[in-house]
Design a binder for this molecule. Sequence first.
Ligand code: HEM
Length: 512
Amino acid sequence: MAFFTLPSFWVLCLGAGISYLGYVVIYRRYFHPLSHVPGPFLWSVSGLPIVYHQGIREGQLIHVLPNLHAIYGPVVRIAPDQIHLNDPVNYEKVYNVGSKYTKDPAFYGALEGVRRGALNPFFSRRSVLDLEQIIWSKTGKLCSMMRSSLDADGVFDIHHAIRAFSVDIITEYAYARCWNQMDMGDFGADYQEAIRTVQTFLPFFHILPFLGDVFSLVPDWLIVRVFPKFQMWLDSNELIRKAVTEVRKEISQGIKPARRTIFHELIDTPVTNLTDPNADGRKQHQTLSDEFVFADAINVTGAGAETTGSTANRAIFEVLSNPVIYHTLKAELTQAFPNPEAMSLPALEKLPYLSGVIKEGLRLNPGLPGHLPRVVPASGASFNGIGIPPGTVVSMSAWLMHHNREAFPDPEVFDPTRWVDNDDEDAAAKIRARERCLVPFGRGSRNCLGQNLAMCELYATAGGIFRRFEDLEVHPDFGREDLRMVELLLGYHPRNARRFRIVRKGGVAIGG
Ligand code: HEM
């Protein structure tokens, strides 16, 4: 005789499932090592709210976090094993040089980190200044394309053009093999779209990592069938693979390159052997496999194009939207550079108003606005008097730092004068406090690898464009709402946002 009839078996299973769920919820809320950290109920017992705001609502977490901090204070539990911080004094604790807080592998996955030892010198300020000419020649090209397009069509698609400009600079600078996206009719729009689309999956991969593994098994032809725009992404990956093969062959044949590339640095630089306990920190000639070199190269192009492009666009939009800012900037540039062809990064960096424009662009449009998760080290931590156990994932967001009302009154307003020191002692102290809150490139040993290159690009675009053009306007079909930030991994604008285009003053009527 059977003990259970079939329906009672399923009822038992259901009961067991509900009891387990109840146990998990009660444990996480009341007995978990983070149960003393304030936070909303649902967030403290499940990772679903993050997936909802990041995945389903596409990158809205940065707009939800300020409300949570307003209710729960500077330390908030945002997932069963995660906290988010909002007090700037904590930034240096978590993201400092030599920090024992490591990147959270569950969040970064394959992006966990490029080989900094090999690549740092390649992106140092000295190296950027040595290759500054690459940036100036691309800036000249961008400005003349803008002029021709405005003359011929009355409008210029700066949204895509500026991102193509960044891709061309990185691929020329880092690979010595320019992808020439500026010469493509649509400025490589598909490539940009593919990178964005990949990031929309990330929140789902974070909570269900096996989805990422399944995705990586999907053959390329099927991906392209579903998302045709991925073809350009795959083509660009092929260019990188080809470059890796070519450089490896050159090295093996002892051919000295005209200019070293990141492929040379990665393939041919002695690196510290971290896996051999007998190496004792000594450098060893360890050759990276092609897959590692390929992954690092992809990270460099992926990290550098959208970030710099969208920050530059924000700064350009704000300057064009405010006649006083446009006029002041133009006057500063004209006085400093009677000849617009004779600009250099060191000379541009000395201009206080231009520097204020760039800092405000980075503040209101940081390339990575969202939370950058780190793991609390074995020693544990204490933030704002709240003890946090080792292994907890802790993060802070540039978006919240950049909207800190104490450092930046009226934080939504683009105001370059916040950064201009008028020799007033009080102003200097305020600027120092603002500098501490301005963290577009992160801080510490895992901060942005490409920040010297990015800053050079930003100075070159703003300096180059506004020294040459005094009659530009934002296209009337584009508005501030189109620049609202969403946080995928990189910062983007809403999917349905219109693309930023510029026209000549009085040039185009609405709908044109
Ligand atoms: C305005 C432009 C840029 C901004 C705001 C920006 C911001 C950042 C931030 C905040 C990080 C740290 C991420 C983290 O802690 O998880 C980062 C990392 C990185 N950035 Fe940038 N970035 C910019 C431009 C560039 C450029 C032009 C490159 C090209 C070389 C680049 C390459 C990288 C790489 C490779 C990493 C990973 C570093 C590592 O793993 O140690 N970035 N970036």
